[in-house]
Design a protein around this ligand. Structure first.
Ligand code: NAD
Length: 258
């Protein structure tokens, strides 16, 4: 995509104080967009916003709370007058727990952020497009977990399957309105999402697992951000309803040989 291809656009990125969201905010800013960085950690979001090349603000918000989502949209419109692009990216993994021991509170906690937060973000985006009488583009962060099950992260995997359902429904609804909705499905990207411990699911373990994928390494947040930027740009003008795996080939390997 040509440099500066998002000049004049206004973008909201959720989970923007984290690895993938922070890299996306920086990439969209470099492409010329004004960026609203939304995160539970508003101080970190504001600090990152201050370091970006273009205009940017940070907003503290919990994406699972209806009033917070309305508030971050209001803050974006107050500052920049409109919102064109959304990266609905905030997510949490939950605590590894075997199914018989999984409590309703833990299930609801993960679903609330990953699924309800995505639904609320989608709804707010469409309401804003109606208000400003314009179309736009939306990218949801799904996961390789959207395609597979696991033995101990049921709410995470279920929610990441769920966001693909949200994405496809919003894409069908939004298509005639000129609104494109896609998803990016990262593989293993070392960020704060993984525990720092040495055990299973920790950062070191995940990097080791990534070394067995076709590209033989983990990805970087910037490698996810570049695909998000492409999907939000006019270069992807004929793409909607698509989940793009960015996983070094991890999802194409047949781990159960017939
Ligand atoms: P991260 O932990 O670095 O960033 C997540 C950010 O989301 C954090 O800054 C956190 O404060 C914020 N957040 C959490 N709950 C929130 C809430 N309720 N409201 C607002 N902000 C909230 O993790 P990351 O790896 O950058 O993850 C970003 C997204 O990518 C997540 O949806 C995650 O599931 C997905 N993902 C990550 C990987 C990976 O390997 N890192 C792989 C597949 C998918």
């Amino acid at each position: 995509m040509p440099v500066g291809s998002l000049t004049g656009r206004v973008a909201v990125v959720t989970g923007a104080a984290g690895g993938i969201g922070g890299a996306t905010a920086a990439r969209l800013s470099r492409e010329g967009a004004s960026v609203v960085l939304v995160d539970l950690d508003g101080d970190a979001a504001s600090a990152l916003a201050a370091r970006l090349e273009g205009e940017a603000i940070g907003v503290a918000a919990d994406v699972s709370r209806e009033e917070d989502v309305e508030r971050y949209m209001d803050a974006a419109v107050d500052r920049f007058g409109r919102v064109d692009l959304h990266h609905l990216n905030a997510g949490i993994p939950g605590t590894p727990t075997a199914l018989p021991d999984l409590g309703v509170e833990e299930f609801d906690r993960v679903i609330a952020v990953n699924m309800r937060g995505t639904f609320l973000g989608l709804r707010a985006a469409f309401r804003q497009y109606f208000l400003q009488s314009s179309a736009g583009a939306i990218v949801i962060t799904a996961s390789i977990a959207s395609l597979r099950g696991s033995s101990d992260l049921l709410p995470y995997h279920a929610s990441k399957h769920g966001v693909l359902g949200l994405m496809r429904n919003a894409a069908v609804y939004g298509g005639p309105l000129g609104v494109r909705v896609n998803a990016v499905a990262p593989g293993i990207v070392p960020t704060a999402l993984f525990g720092s411990g040495d055990g299973p699911g920790g950062s070191a373990d995940m990097v080791q697992r990534a070394s067995t994928t076709p590209l033989r390494r983990a990805g970087s947040p910037e490698e996810i951000a570049s695909v998000v930027a492409f999907l939000l740009s006019d270069d992807a003008a004929y793409m909607t309803g698509e989940a793009v795996s960015v996983d070094g080939g991890a999802s194409i390997v047949n781990s159960v040989r017939p």
